[in-house]
Design a binder for this molecule. Structure first.
Ligand SMILES: Nc1ncnc2c1ncn2[C@@H]1O[C@H](COP(=O)(O)OP(=O)(O)OP(=O)(O)O)[C@@H](O)[C@H]1O
Length: 254
């Protein structure tokens, strides 16, 4: 079956510095795949390169079998949407939630925008009462729900998630992660999730790649990680350093 996302021998250079160095990743349709690693290991840059937001110097990126080059087109954004860490940065401060949800619909020529906006707000647990509010009138968790609604409103099949809950308080973080998992199952979405938090990744993802210095140094399943079936010291150290990583956070075997 054609992979949802496939990356081969990808490198990203910034002024001669290899932020991503010869990386390969293949994610099946419907899979939830995690990228972990310490700060600066290249996780976000890899995600941004897939989204066309970081310059690649070598390699091939394919989405649903289609090789991508240069600026991403409308077809790409119908299939792939991103959710960033900071919903303050990604929402326009002076536009109502309604306007921010209507914009992608207009750009992509979707009709029936009223119904789609109300459905999207319901799907992320906000409801129509939030429609004409501004971002500053919302909590951090509510803003991130709006960012998720905006990503989902074009009915993509792949979400690229860059630390989507790390700016949120722990209890809110769990609610937003549960929301993401619910929509993934309901809509049969493919996730590529970047997180420095191994607890989050093992909770959300089937498989993961561990990055260090721009390279993938280990690939393993969440079950391997939780059971301690780890080959690299770097991964072991990440486990120790990841505050809140709990073995019981993983799904039961079988
Ligand atoms: N636009 C850029 N220009 C120059 N260097 C960059 C740029 N973006 C990222 N880098 C560098 O590339 C390296 C990888 O950064 P990246 O943000 O991908 O790491 P990360 O693993 O996601 O870490 P973090 O969790 O801190 O974001 C870092 O050394 C970073 O400073």
């Amino acid at each position: 079956m054609t992979a949802a996302v496939s990356v081969e021998n990808l490198s990203v250079l910034f002024d001669g510095f290899k932020a991503v160095d010869d990386v390969g990743v293949e994610i099946a349709a419907g899979e939830s795949f995690g990228l972990v690693g310490e700060s600066g290991s290249g996780k976000s840059t890899l995600l941004r390169a897939i989204a066309g937001l970081a310059p690649t110097s070598a390699g091939i990126i394919r989405v649903q079998g289609r090789a991508l080059e240069g600026a991403r087109d409308k077809t790409f954004y119908r299939a792939v949407q991103m959710v960033f860490q900071d919903p303050y940065g990604s929402l326009h401060p002076r536009q109502t939630i309604d306007r921010q949800l209507a914009e992608p619909l207009a750009v992509h020529g979707f009709g029936d925008s009223e119904r789609r906006i109300l459905t999207a707000l319901d799907e992320v647990g906000l409801g129509s009462g939030f429609r004409f509010r501004y971002p500053h009138q919302l909590s951090g968790g509510q803003r991130q729900r709006v960012a998720i609604a905006r990503a989902l409103i074009l009915e993509p099949s792949i979400l690229l998630l860059d630390e989507p809950t790390s700016a949120l308080d722990a209890s809110v973080q769990a609610e937003v992660l549960n929301l993401l998992e619910e929509v993934r199952q309901r809509r049969k979405l493919t996730f590529l999730l970047v997180s420095h938090d191994l607890g989050v990744v093992t909770h959300m993802c089937d498989r993961l790649a561990v990055m260090q210095g721009g390279r993938v140094v280990e690939r393993l399943t969440s079950a391997d990680l939780v059971a301690g079936r780890i080959a690299e010291n770097y991964t072991l150290n990440l486990m120790v350093a990841s505050k809140g990583f709990r073995r019981e956070a993983a799904p039961a075997p079988g």
